[in-house]
Design a protein around this ligand. Structure first.
Ligand code: NAD
Length: 497
């Protein structure tokens, strides 16, 4: 009998009385493995109240004590990350090695946050004016909400909460209702690491929770990651309610292959970036742009490799797992149907896959579509599945124009041995994260992650120094220590003397 998956509020599991739940499935078997509770407004308020109560104590705790807890969390995570990876595979479906990779990329942000004493250091100017000193500090903003998508149930929350916590804020995490258990495991780990109760809370829920977090007056900032329509909604409603908001949205990532590229390396890269995590990555390559007559050769090399991939249960050492839900699987397959009907050539057909897994899993194998044009829905929409569309153009300029006219601007990559062309591309392309012979250019934790155009609403990217400034507010203090010579009345504007 599947159990319920509860909240984590004020340092303990908390059952729900909302009467609302949603099923959580194992995508490789199709079985319902749990019922996640969906919070009522009162339950969201209880989590915000816990975060609000914990804030003054945590804000005032010394940096030395805060980093001791962060280090302890990092050590526990590093020692036990295999458990977290298994939870991710069981609810998301991605293969175990990929789930481990996700945790490791999240761990990098924890390690970055361990350096918080250096990162929040302010400036000091002695004698800015005679006897007057000026210094700057950065202070936490207060309770913050993190709202995350299904595709990275550990890494995406970890883009935000280590930095939010390190800088003295308290957190309410609202994970995706499709794979909610990773967040609870992380909450227990924080408790073991010594984090005071109320600093990290998990509210399970749906739109009701999101709307309440956006309007709640005690929530000061919101970090959101998800699809573009919801990201826009969160940004507009959160900022209207006076909050600081960063809302990362969807993507359509192009990989350009120039005629001089090593086509075998490019084909390997296209496979890895197109079908890793079954294409359910915001940095997945979904549009391959073959420049200048290399299309047939490149497509043949990719197809040859795609046929060797084993799709199946992520616990069985397969290359690619199932899609997250049956609805999502069917939606992705319907895009392949539509592409075919519109004239695209189905070179590798994932609809016919024979998986190494249970019959009721949500399977769709690697799919390669050739001769895709920009008016087909398979190109215009974010599909978020293992579907790689090949478009052919004659020149570099046409490839650039294609990318720059796309509504999304998350990631892109160019494959070439021509340094001048690569340098031109990085300068001219209107995208936030660029790979040069690197197909999935996810920035390291000490840089910031984020796209342009409809891939991000707000001014701040995730983690790195932009993360530090998002979760802190600047303050500048001008001071002098008075002696009798400073007396006298002067209504003029202060001048530097
Ligand atoms: P989603 O937009 O459906 O859900 C994201 C979050 O919003 C979840 O917590 C969900 O519960 C909540 N939500 C869903 N519907 C809502 C509504 N009507 N009102 C308020 N909240 C709502 O996204 P998803 O399907 O979970 O994740 C996949 C999407 O996330 C893709 O579009 C992908 O590109 C994007 N993504 C982007 C990045 C990035 O860095 N830009 C990273 C990962 C995923």
């Amino acid at each position: 009998m599947p159990g319920t998956i509860p909240h984590w509020i004020d340092g303990a599991l908390r059952e729900s009385t909302s009467g609302r739940t949603a099923p959580v499935t194992d995508p490789a078997t199709g079985e319902v493995t749990g019922q996640v509770v969906l919070a009522s407004v009162d339950e969201v308020d209880a989590a915000v109240a816990a975060a609000t109560r914990a804030f003054p104590l945590w804000r005032d705790m010394s940096l030395a004590k805060r980093t001791t807890i962060l280090f302890a969390f990092r050590e526990l995570l590093n020692a036990r990350k295999g458990e977290l990876a298994e939870i991710i595979t069981a609810e998301h479906g991605k293969v175990l090695s990929d789930a481990l990779g996700e945790v490791s990329r999240g761990q990098e942000v924890v390690e970055f946050a361990c350096g918080v004493p250096h990162l929040v250091k302010g400036g000091f100017t002695e004698n800015a004016s005679t006897g007057v000193d000026v210094h700057s500090v950065r202070q936490p903003v207060g309770p913050v909400a993190v709202i995350s998508p299904f595709n990275f149930p550990a890494m995406v929350p970890m883009w935000f909460f280590p930095i939010a916590i390190a800088t003295g804020n308290t957190v309410i995490l609202k994970p995706s209702e499709k794979d909610p258990s990773a967040a609870l495991w992380i909450a227990e780990l924080w408790k073991q690491a010594g984090l005071p109760d109320g600093v990290f809370n998990v509210v399970q829920g749906d739109k009701v929770s999101v709307d309440r977090l956006l309007e709640h007056p005690d929530v000061r900032a919101v970090s959101f990651v998800g699809s573009t329509p919801i990201a826009r909604y969160v940004y507009e409603n959160g900022t209207r309610a006076g909050k600081r908001v960063q809302a990362l949205g969807g993507a359509k990532n192009h990989m350009v292959v120039l005629p001089d590229a090593d086509l075998d390396l490019a084909a390997d890269a296209a496979i890895n970036a197109g079908f890793g995590s079954a294409g359910e990555r915001c940095m997945a390559v979904s549009a391959l742009v073959a420049v200048g007559g290399i299309g047939d050769d490149l497509v043949a090399r990719i197809a040859e490799r795609a046929h060797t991939l084993r799709t199946g249960d992520g616990r069985r050492g397969c290359d690619m797992g199932p899609l997250v839900t049956k609805e999502h699987r069917d939606k992705v397959a319907s895009y392949v149907d539509a592409g075919e009907a519109a004239g695209a050539k189905v070179v590798v057909d994932g609809r016919e896959v024979r998986p190494d897994g249970a019959a009721d899993g949500f399977w769709l194998g690697p799919t390669l579509l050739d001769n895709v044009s920009t008016d087909m829905t398979v190109y215009t929409d974010e599909i978020f599945g293992p579907v790689l569309s090949v478009l052919r153009v004659d020149t570099y300029e046409q490839a650039l124009q294609l990318i720059n006219s796309n509504e999304y601007g998350n990631g892109t990559a160019i494959f070439t041995n021509d340094g001048g062309a690569a340098r031109r591309f990085q300068n001219e392309v209107e995208v936030g994260m660029i790979g040069i012979n690197v197909p999935v250019p996810v920035p390291m934790a000490y840089y910031s992650f984020g796209g342009w155009k409809h891939s991000l609403f707000g001014d701040s990217h995730a983690h790195g120094t932009e993360g530090i400034s998002f979760f802190t507010r600047g303050k500048v203090v001008t001071s002098r220590w008075l002696d009798p010579s400073h007396g006298g009345l002067d209504l003029g504007f202060p001048q530097n003397v």
